[in-house]
Design a protein around this ligand. Structure first.
Ligand code: FEO
Length: 402
């Protein structure tokens, strides 16, 4: 299979999953990759595994790089099954002399694959600052809890100044190209943003700590090889994704309002369009998504990329619309911060949805505007109030950016 040189002695030996469309609830409309990296030195090291079923593709690329030379070391940066699912099979095929991972990773591997199996892998537990020499290259390990799970760690190849941070800086993007500079960068950044929103948004504090730790350790980074998507190798691309992470983890966002809603008989939709008009009147960007027509993962990205988001719903059987309930459950887990938010919607003879949404959004500690609820169909005056709400939110968005 095709070999791809990342830098110096580091080769990409991953697998491409063109067809995955549901990644634990995240609609991956462009598929993904499971990146593994082989470092060819006096000792040969494989960094990361892949999802169950993709082991043969990784093995074919490994063998394409090193022939029948033994793979001496296996580094497991993260145990989520999209990276560890094929590890038992790969260990069987490659028989590495030693396996390196964090203490938490070893414990979870034992749960997933059985203590007796994992005990046979000759695991060496490593922690931040620990190093292993391959000959010309030295690997340094940096624990990165919650990026994405408690067990996660990064591997830094010192001589190549290359960071292999597993889930961090990734994108769910299947492509025949391996590097960000070979693909439309607007697509790469869109997928990086969506990935951050859906996978890493709850962990802003940990990401800030990780960025500080990289600074403290004085790591120079010339290339970043994440475990999903394309590799960042040009200085401007490395700077771009690191700066994006600094901004996202601090919940910075463009001057934009997202209107996220669903509708039964188009009353809530009419309100949405009136609010959107009010936002636009103030010269602020506005994006609109009906929940039943848009993937959840894209709507989560809208929340990441907007300084304000309002949620609209009709009342159905005294409750919010089911798609709105699903969205709020999802967004509660993603824990957005530093956002202006609010609720609006329509009802028939008795309300319920708007009050529920308002209460739910308040639990997130957002900067809330007063809700608007109308009965049956919004009147001219009520639509004018919606326009005014849009103008008010846009005004707050502009002030928040000062
Ligand atoms: Fe790509 Fe947390 O696994």
């Amino acid at each position: 299979m095709e070999r791809y040189l990342l830098k110096d002695d580091i080769w990409w030996t991953g697998a491409i999953d063109w067809n995955v469309r549901d990644f634990h609830g995240y609609e991956t409309l462009r598929g993904t990759t499971y990146n593994a990296y082989l470092i060819l030195d006096e000792k040969v090291a494989l960094v990361d595994g892949c999802r169950e079923g993709f082991g043969p593709e990784v093995l074919a690329r490994v063998r394409g790089c090193c022939g029948l030379r033994p793979v001496d070391y296996l580094i497991i940066n993260h145990v989520e099954p999209d990276h560890s699912g094929a590890i038992p099979w790969l260990v069987e095929q490659l028989s590495p002399e030693r396996v390196f991972c964090s203490k938490r990773a070893r414990d979870v591997l034992a749960v997933y694959y059985g203590g007796a199996t994992v005990d046979g892998w000759n695991i060496q537990v490593v922690a931040t600052g620990d190093e292993v020499s391959l000959g010309r290259n030295t690997l340094q390990f940096i624990e990165a809890p919650m990026l994405h799970w408690p067990d996660s760690m990064f591997t830094y190849v010192k001589q190549a100044k290359t960071l292999l941070p597993n889930d961090a800086f990734g994108q769910h993007l299947a492509t025949s190209k391996r590097f960000a500079d070979e693909v439309d960068l607007s697509v790469v950044m869109e997928e990086a943003s969506k990935y951050y929103a859906n996978i890493l948004m709850p962990f802003g504090t940990q990401i800030q700590k990780m960025l500080a730790k990289i600074g403290e350790l004085g790591l120079e980074i010339e290339a970043i090889g994440p475990s999903h998507g394309v590799i960042w190798r040009r200085p401007e691309d490395v700077a771009r994704i690191v700066e994006a992470y600094a901004g996202w983890s601090d919940f910075q966002a463009p001057e934009r309002v997202s209107l996220i809603y669903d509708t039964m008989w188009h009353s809530t939709e009419q309100m949405t369009m009136a609010i959107a008009d009010g936002v636009a009147q103030e010269g602020v960007d506005c994006v609109v998504a009906r929940l039943s027509s848009n993937p959840r993962s894209e709507v989560a990205r809208m929340v990441l990329e907007s300084r304000a988001f309002l949620v609209g719903s009709p009342t159905l059987n005294n409750n919010m619309f089911p798609t709105v309930g699903e969205f709020l459950t999802y967004i509660r887990g993603l824990r957005p911060r530093k956002r202006i938010s609010g609720a609006y919607g329509s009802c028939g003879w008795a309300g319920g949805a708007v009050k529920q949404i308002d209460a739910e959004l308040r639990t997130l500690g957002l900067d809330m505007v007063e809700p608007i609820e109308v009965k049956y169909r919004p009147s001219e005056d009520q639509l004018a109030a919606c326009v005014e709400l849009g103008r008010q939110v846009a005004g707050k968005v502009k002030t928040a950016g000062e």
